[in-house]
Design a protein around this ligand. Structure first.
Ligand code: GDD
Length: 245
């Protein structure tokens, strides 16, 4: 039984999903995987269920939801699933499309073993480590983090990062039912809230490589949610007490 669970949300990832599952299971550290699939019309779930039944029973899990409900709620669903199983001490967020290198799971885990409560795979600690994104997307993502720092005051270089290791304690403490954002603002909200609860959040440098298979689900509404969401987060935190039980 392993203490580490990687949660991977999926929507139409049939080109990537089998490869990423095999890669995670080939690592030197044992990880379980939970996929949260939103009824992908391309049949992603069928691929996962076959692997689960034929090769990876007891290590690979799937939660299926009916329809595209967003990245944030997929992770909240996965976090609750993980918390209901006592043995998971390190719970990860990772994309399905290899933009996050699964090898880096080991470094993220080690940062938490060494004392961090939450470790973030960060593209912007030492310059800009993004491969194959158009310049417009790099600039948007980089300046999104500058904007988040400016408005919220949190000292995180990569505020929208989606490659994260949480210690169990962080997910037990953050009131998950109050996390309100569903797109990339969700990533900002989780980091902001963990810092407000005074957890030790560290950034680990990674190289982010844009997907070569499948398509991004980034949209204008997700961008807008993040832009205005940051202001809402800041205003909503004023006068609020973040007290651990
Ligand atoms: N279940 C579910 N999964 C989803 C949904 N939307 C996206 N996903 C899954 O979430 C992962 C990331 O989605 P992408 O659409 O590939 O994200 P991206 O545009 O490459 O965004 C990257 O950059 C963002 C901003 O920096 C990051 O916030 C994000 O995590 C990711 O690393 C993929 O595994 C994708 O299948 C959804 O509504 N439901």
């Amino acid at each position: 039984m392993t203490d580490s669970l990687v949660i991977i949300p999926t929507y139409n990832e049939k080109e990537n999903i089998e490869k990423i599952i095999r890669k995670v299971f080939s690592l030197s550290q044992a990880f379980d995987i939970l996929i949260v699939d939103d009824g992908s019309p391309d049949g992603t779930a069928t691929i996962i269920k076959n692997l689960q039944a034929n090769e990876f029973t007891g290590r690979l899990f799937i939660e299926e939801r009916t329809g595209k409900l967003g990245l944030g709620t997929a992770y909240i669903h996965g976090f609750k699933w993980a918390l209901s199983r006592e043995h998971y001490q390190y719970i990860f967020e990772m994309d399905a499309d290899f933009s996050h290198n699964p090898e880096d799971l080991l470094r993220l885990r080690q940062a938490c073993v060494d004392g961090a409560d939450m470790s973030i795979g960060s593209r912007y600690i030492k310059g800009v480590n993004v491969v194959n994104w158009p310049m417009s997307r790099v600039l948007m993502s980089y300046f999104a983090s500058v904007y988040v720092r400016f408005i919220t005051g949190i000292n995180i270089q990569d505020a929208t990062a989606g490659f994260v290791c949480f210690s169990r304690e962080v997910l037990k403490t953050i009131p998950l039912e109050k996390i309100r954002f569903v797109g990339y603002a969700f990533q900002i909200e989780m980091k902001f809230t963990a810092i407000k609860y005074d957890f030790n959040v560290v950034e680990v440098p990674i190289i982010f490589t844009d997907r070569t298979e499948g398509t991004s689900k980034m949209s204008t509404s997700i961008f807008k949610e993040a832009f205005f969401g940051v202001i809402q987060l800041k205003l909503g935190s004023i006068g609020k007490r973040y007290k651990r039980n």
